[in-house]
Design a protein around this ligand. Structure first.
Ligand code: ADP
Length: 860
């Protein structure tokens, strides 16, 4: 097994992980990384900014504190001025006289405030001073108010004496008293008269209360203010002595506090270097920084979360898009390359799948390309071999020539047909040896055409017909195709020559055949798509009569005929009278070409001859009938005799009775009725006879074949009686409707019955029998006339229907041939079957008219 690279290993691990999960993972990691990087940079920056900001703020605040402190001191100075100039003090001083040399004891107020001191401090919310002194002009303390009970410290007294015993007497000082700072303010005093008395001095210890009151503000942060001695950096007053005890060195607090110090505005001639310091505890700095950091962390957290969300969403969208692309590609691949669907599932890693799939796809394409090029080469080789084989096997002569017309190669057919020999003819000019002198210019022209067409970018394959020189030196017409081929050496030309000797002969043959139609004395036309495409010379009378020419349209009647002939695919024939001539038109369809050939024939003469023949035949039939009737007439006359005799008898009887006087009218009427009946019978017999004798044109009418048969039987009744022949009649039930010439069909039947009677003449009277039967077979009627006469010898059977064939002394031999002609005219048939010594049956077949059958009615 191949060892995995780390990348492959990671890919394997990631393969089943869905894209959204990876998106979230990447989003998280990136978010964290961004967050951490920001933390590194921003944390430091923020601390720096916070410190700077804090320092600035602190400086600002300490300046503000100092300003407040200074203003507070000024307030004291103002209050001192107010006290010094107060009316109550002036009035108090009015009666007093302080003599410089006079010994005195300073007046001390301990518990009660002096009368000259108004209650002013509480009103201005200033801490009351510890001591308020009245000094005389020499600076000696005359009165002293010990506000807090304590006597005036000696140091303070000295400081006041040294600092304030000056003529102006107005000063504001901060002086150290036992290491503690005191605010000392002096102002001049006068009595009501404006007499200067000395000065008023206030002494206020600057302690925690003082400092707190001076600030009048509660800092949100724990800011502590203190006064520090400039020389030794010790704290001399503190707003919070518990935290920052007085007396401690400033330096020891530097670790826990952020400290700023500024010099207090210099007092007049003050020797004490005091500084105003503000302390901000490191803990509160840290807390503030922590707050800021926490806030910044939160911001950064939100940024990271947003980052993760956006990133995840982005990757998710990309992955969804990839899914789609992958699906589409997979479907495409499935259809186009037939490769299986890559393992695409919703829960797997589409990106990696896509990569895999693209790799697979690329390999497939590469493989397909290799396969195609392999196949192409193979096919090329095969094609080359095939081409060579085809060329060799071609029945056409193939010769390749170079640009100058010299033979380079040729196939076996060319060698044989043109008598080319490799050792002799390769390199020889083709036209000189293998094209007839007359066609060389034509050949060179064709070659030039091909060259020019190629040059001009047209189809360079050129065709033509020339005469090549055959192996035996004779000219051979060929169809020539010139196909140029590009090779390294330039352009070669392949000449394909197809021997068209046979084709030209066939064409000549066809042309000569085509002349036949033209030369035919009968009209020949060809119709395609209703138009006359060809008409020979003989069809001019037809075209004239139709009023058209070649290319014109046939009259509608014949167009329909042409269409039907094409549709049926069968030949049709029609007669037409054109210009007094009768033409038979034969429509012969050629379905595969969509043509119909019309062959016309002038049949005027034929029809005329037929007409004449028919006339002759009619006459013949009539003559024949008369001859038959001659025989019948004897019987008829006898038959006629009967009613006539009966009439005579009845008439004689009637006249006898009238003459005898015994006239019974009833009997007379009876006799008259008999006479009438007999007369009608005679009249009927005569009518029939006349009908048969009369020469009348053939008329077709509908008749009942059974009726005709019965009537014929009645004609021969007398002869039959005479000969003692029993005629048995068996008719088919109902009518047998036929469309016939009544007289002619009766003539046929009469002839047959008469022949049967003749045949029975030599038989003993008791044995003579004729049976006449009618039958219906689908659409035909069959009349059988059967006798039990001597029959007909088989050798004679064929001759029966020949004219003038007879075995009778008085016979004409025309009965049967005329009967056949009549039946042919009626689309019927007649034939005989006979067994010598047994009898003969004649059959007469006639087509039936299709009419509804009537109810059964059989007769015998
Ligand atoms: P004809 O009756 O004038 O001879 P036909 O044409 O009617 O002329 O008959 C031709 C011949 O056919 C008859 O002479 C006879 O020899 C033969 N023939 C016709 N009918 C019969 C029949 N029923 N039996 C025997 N011979 C017959």
């Amino acid at each position: 097994m191949k060892p995995f690279t780390v990348k492959q290993f990671i890919f394997r691990l990631l393969r089943p992980v869905p894209m959204p999960v990876i998106a979230i993972m990447i989003g998280l990691l990136t978010g964290l990384a961004v967050w951490a990087a920001l933390d590194q940079v921003q944390g430091r920056m923020i601390s720096k900014i916070a410190n700077n900001e804090l320092n600035t703020q602190l400086k600002l605040r300490s300046s503000e504190s100092l300003v407040r402190f200074d203003r507070y001191l000024s307030n004291y100075a103002a209050t001192t001025r107010l006290l010094a100039n107060h009316r109550r003090l002036a009035e108090y001083l009015d009666p007093l006289v302080w003599l410089p040399d006079e010994p005195f004891e300073p007046l001390i107020y301990r518990d009660t405030p002096p009368p000259w001191l108004p209650d002013i401090f509480a009103r201005y919310e200033l801490p009351a001073p510890s001591h308020i002194l009245l000094l005389d002009g020499t600076g000696a303390v005359r009165e002293i108010y010990q506000n807090r009970g304590a006597p005036l410290p000696a140091d303070l007294a000295n400081e006041i004496r040294s600092q304030l015993t000056r003529p102006d007497g107005v000063r504001t000082l901060v002086v150290p008293v036992g290491g503690k700072p005191y605010l000392v303010i002096g102002d001049l005093i006068e009595d009501s008269e404006g007499f200067p008395m000395g000065s008023l001095v206030l002494a206020v210890p600057i302690d925690a209360d003082f400092l707190t009151a001076s600030q009048q503000v509660v800092w949100p942060e724990r800011i502590v203010v203190a006064l520090v001695a400039g020389d030794n950096q010790r704290i001399v007053a503190s707003v919070d002595p518990k935290t920052l005890p007085v007396g401690t060195n400033l330096e020891i607090w530097r670790h826990d506090y952020l400290i700023t110090s500024q010099p207090i505005a210099q007092q007049d001639a003050a020797e004490w270097d005091l500084r105003f310091a503000t302390f901000l505890s490191q803990a509160s700095v840290d807390r503030m920084t922590r707050h800021m950091r926490a806030f910044e962390w939160r911001q950064r957290g939100i940024t990271a979360v947003v980052f993760i969300f956006v990133f995840t969403l982005l990757i998710y969208l990309v992955s969804a898009r990839l899914n789609k692309v992958l699906k589409r590609m997979s479907r495409f691949a499935h259809r186009a390359l037939g490769i299986a669907q890559p393992g695409f599932q919703r829960g797997s890693n589409q990106l990696l799948l896509l990569e895999d799939w693209i790799q697979q796809f690329t390999q497939l394409v590469l493989k397909a390309r290799q396969e195609m090029s392999r196949r192409y080469e193979h096919e090329m080789r095969e094609t080359e071999a095939l081409k060579a084989a085809i060329m060799e096997a071609s029945l056409d002569s193939v010769v390749t020539i170079d640009g100058r017309g010299r033979i380079i190669e040729f196939n076996a057919t060319a060698a044989q047909a043109l008598g080319l020999r490799r050792e002799r003819d390769i390199g020889r000019a083709f036209a000189a040896g293998s094209v007839t002198a007359t066609d060389r210019i034509l050949f060179n022209g064709l070659l030039d055409d091909s060259r020019r067409a190629r040059h001009e970018g047209r189809e360079p394959h050129v065709h033509g017909e020339i005469a090549a020189v055959r192996h035996d030196g004779k000219a051979m017409p060929v169809e020539l195709s010139i196909v140029p081929i590009d090779v390294d050496e330039g352009t070669f030309y392949t000449l394909y020559m197809h021997d068209i000797t046979e084709r030209l002969e066939a064409e000549r043959e066809i042309k000569s055949l085509a002349r036949i139609a033209n030369e035919s004395p009968n009209p020949i036309l060809r119709v395609g798509a209703g138009q006359i495409v060809f008409a020979n010379r003989a069809s001019r009378p037809l075209l004239r009569a139709w009023g058209i020419d070649v290319g014109g349209r046939l009259p509608a009647q014949w167009t329909a005929e042409v269409d039907e002939a094409l549709a049926e695919g069968a030949t049709r024939e029609h007669e037409t009278l054109i210009g007094g001539q009768v033409y038979a038109l034969l429509f012969t369809p050629i379905r595969e070409l969509g043509y119909v050939n019309i062959y016309g024939r002038d049949i005027t003469a034929v029809r005329r001859a037929e007409q004449e023949a028919r006339q002759h035949q009619g006459e013949l039939v009539h003559v024949c009938r008369l001859s038959t009737l001659g025989e019948v007439a004897t019987g008829m006359a006898h038959e006629l005799n009967q009613p006539l005799s009966a009439i005579v008898n009845f008439a004689n009887g009637a006249s006898r009775r009238i003459q005898g006087g015994s006239v019974d009218p009833q009997q007379l009427i009876q006799a008259m009725t008999q006479i009438t009946t007999q007369a009608e019978r005679a009249s009927e017999i005569i009518r029939r006879l006349r009908a048969l004798v009369a020469k009348q044109p053939p008329i077709r009418s509908e008749a009942d074949l059974n009726y005709l048969v019965r009537e014929v039987c009645s004609f021969v009744e007398f002869d039959a009686d005479r000969l003692d022949v029993a005629i048995v009649l068996e008719t088919a039930p109902g009518r047998i409707p036929v469309n016939v010439d009544l007289v002619q069909i009766e003539q046929v039947l009469l002839n047959l019955v008469r022949n049967a009677l003749d045949a029975l003449a030599d038989l003993p009277a008791t044995e003579r029998r004729i049976r006449i039967r009618t039958r219906v077979n689908t659409d035909e009627a069959d009349v059988e006339i059967e006798d039990n006469g001597p029959g007909i010898e088989p050798t004679q059977m064929n001759r029966l229907f020949e004219p003038f064939y007879t075995t009778k002394e008085s016979g004409m031999g025309m009965g049967l041939p005329i009967s056949r002609t009549i039946l042919d005219d009626h689309d019927g048939r007649i034939w005989a079957e006979s067994r010598p010594g047994v009898g003969t049956i004649f059959h007469v077949i006639l087509p039936i008219i299709a009419t509804p059958q009537e109810p059964a009615d059989s007769g015998t």
